[in-house]
Design a protein around this ligand. Structure first.
Ligand code: GLU
Length: 511
């Protein structure tokens, strides 16, 4: 076990948090906690064209909802502050300059139209979008093609420039990925990425390496989509002389669409009717709302559990894990190499299991909120807890608690009497009138006693209890659902039970 484990989640604040992003945080978090290490949140906001106001706050709230609180980050602070790359801007130039000095990077003065003309000039049928690399480098306006004096004049004149990495023409970069094993890339295929932009902001490539170094990150989990960038990062670690401190990489396989190949996208969610974001996200520009798992009614425990299993297992058939169990059992060698298809039905199954396994005390605040969102404000916690215990097995989503429990608190107005009418008759009406009298006379009102008395009365009236149960349920609940009908009667109480039977009898008379 490595005592100094430090991992980071390094999102760019560009919008809602995709469930793949949450899984990346989760694996970082589990690994850190398993190894008694630190979990850092770093906001990678150097691409100001992609900056979206509110996105950072949203990420912080998502982490909070999931219970993965960073040990260091923009909110918490920490010894390596600031944790927002835009606030570290002044720090990066020196490293870019160091790379220029050592010959691993160069100044490039090309204007947008010159880049455009290069793409036109070098375009071929097999290479329709030529990149800025060793093939074209000497044809461009940069410190490789210009003389030292020319370059210095341009710099002194303040001509806008970027700093690009000089990718070797034909080298193999190899590193050991914790999930994929040995990975190799030919540097000749990778373009000369910009490291420092004209406005002095670093690009992601430079900032990620500098910050992982300065923040002493030991292990870096990130999505597989970053694998093609890894040779650039590995070379930067080497060129900056930090090779020994390079974190161990783990590129996590993609979360795939349920019905095909490729990464699960927001569009797939829209198309198939499920969210892909952790929480509701409203785009501040378009005000478009994208739905999230939290608002749909997922418990964070279930969401996390489901994500953990989307690419990892502990080698047994166990599927339900608490976060504590995940922390103690998580190991990288059991992270799958291939992508996992997302299955929304399975996700709901996890939530249903978690609702069933949670006690009323855990569910109470969430259920209160769901009911309040629907205009039902319940102040009596003891009462609400009894209701929760009765109905929770019937709820797949937290939002289901409203339909499954509203009739405990409000007299149902719409009764499904069409289900009762075909078999309704005078004898049954007489029976229910007698039942009202019996309930009225009963001293105590307990589910078991009530049930026994009801059955006895049915026998007296020569009606099978089975024929009376469904009408009674519809009278009390409004429809053919809900927990034990006498449990419901015991909770709504004697007077309300009588009132509901009377209301139904009246409506049945009207037909
Ligand atoms: N800022 C990158 C992102 O938005 C982070 C990639 C990494 O973890 O290196 O995904």
């Amino acid at each position: 076990m490595n005592k100094n484990v430090r991992v980071r989640f390094a999102p760019s604040p560009t919008g809602g948090l995709h469930l793949g992003g949450v899984r990346t945080v989760l694996y970082n978090y589990l690994f850190a906690r398993h190894n008694a290490g630190e979990f850092v949140l770093r906001i990678e906001d150097t691409d100001q064209t992609r900056f979206v106001p509110g996105a950072e706050d949203y990420i912080v709230q998502c982490l909070q909802w999931c219970g993965m609180i960073p040990d260091e980050g923009p909110v918490t602070g920490g010894p390596y502050a600031p944790y927002r790359q835009s606030e570290r801007k002044s720090l990066y130039r020196q490293y870019a300059e160091q790379l220029v000095k050592s010959g691993h990077a160069y100044y490039a003065f090309d204007r947008p139209e010159e880049l455009e003309s290069m793409r036109e000039r070098f375009k071929t049928a097999t290479n329709p979008a030529p990149q800025y690399d060793h093939n074209v480098r000497l044809e461009m306006r940069n410190s490789c093609s210009l003389t030292l004096e020319e370059t210095e004049t341009l710099l002194e004149d303040g001509v806008p420039h970027v700093i690009r990495i000089r990718m070797p023409e034909n080298e193999t970069v190899t590193f050991n990925d914790m999930i994929r094993g040995e990975v190799s890339f030919n540097t000749g295929l990778v373009d000369d990425k910009v490291l420092l932009k004209a406005d002095g902001m670093p690009t992601y490539h430079l900032a990620v390496v500098v910050d992982d170094y300065l923040m002493k990150i030991t292990h870096a989990f990130r999505g597989e989509e970053w694998l093609p960038s890894s040779p650039v990062h590995v070379l930067l670690w080497k060129y900056l002389g930090w090779e020994d401190a390079m974190p161990q990489w783990a590129h996590l396989p993609l979360i795939l669409k349920p019905d095909g190949n490729g990464k699960l996208s927001k569009r797939d969610g829209d198309r198939l009717g499920f969210p892909v974001f952790a929480m509701n996200w409203t785009d501040p520009k378009t005000t478009e709302l994208t739905k999230g798992f939290r608002e749909l009614g997922f418990m964070p425990e279930a969401f996390i559990n489901m994500l953990a299993m989307l690419g990892w297992n502990d080698g047994t058939d166990q599927e339900i894990f608490t976060i504590e169990e995940l922390i103690s059992k998580f190991s990288i060698d059991r992270v799958h190499k291939g992508g996992a298809k997302f299955d929304f039905e399975k996700a709901k199954w996890f939530n249903h299991e978690w609702i069933k396994r949670s006690d009323a005390a855990r569910l109470l605040p969430d259920v209160k909120r769901v009911l309040a969102d629907n205009g039902l404000n319940i102040a009596d916690d003891a009462l609400l807890s009894s209701v929760i215990t009765l109905v929770k097995d019937r709820c797949t989503l937290l939002t289901d608690f409203y339909d499954q429990s509203k009739f405990f608190f409000e007299t149902p107005q719409q009764l499904d009497l069409d289900a009762v009418r075909p078999k309704w008759n005078a004898e049954k009406k007489t029976f229910f009138e007698a039942a009202i009298a019996q309930i009225e006379a009963a001293p105590a009102f307990q589910a078991t006693e009530q049930e026994a008395a009801f059955k006895e009365l049915a026998a007296k009236h020569n009606i099978k209890p089975g024929e009376l149960m469904m009408p009674l349920r519809i009278m009390l609940v409004g429809g053919k659902f809900g927990p034990g009908v006498f449990d419901i009667a015991a909770i709504i109480g004697k007077n309300e039970t009588i009132h509901r039977i009377q209301q139904a009898l009246k409506q049945l008379d009207l037909a």
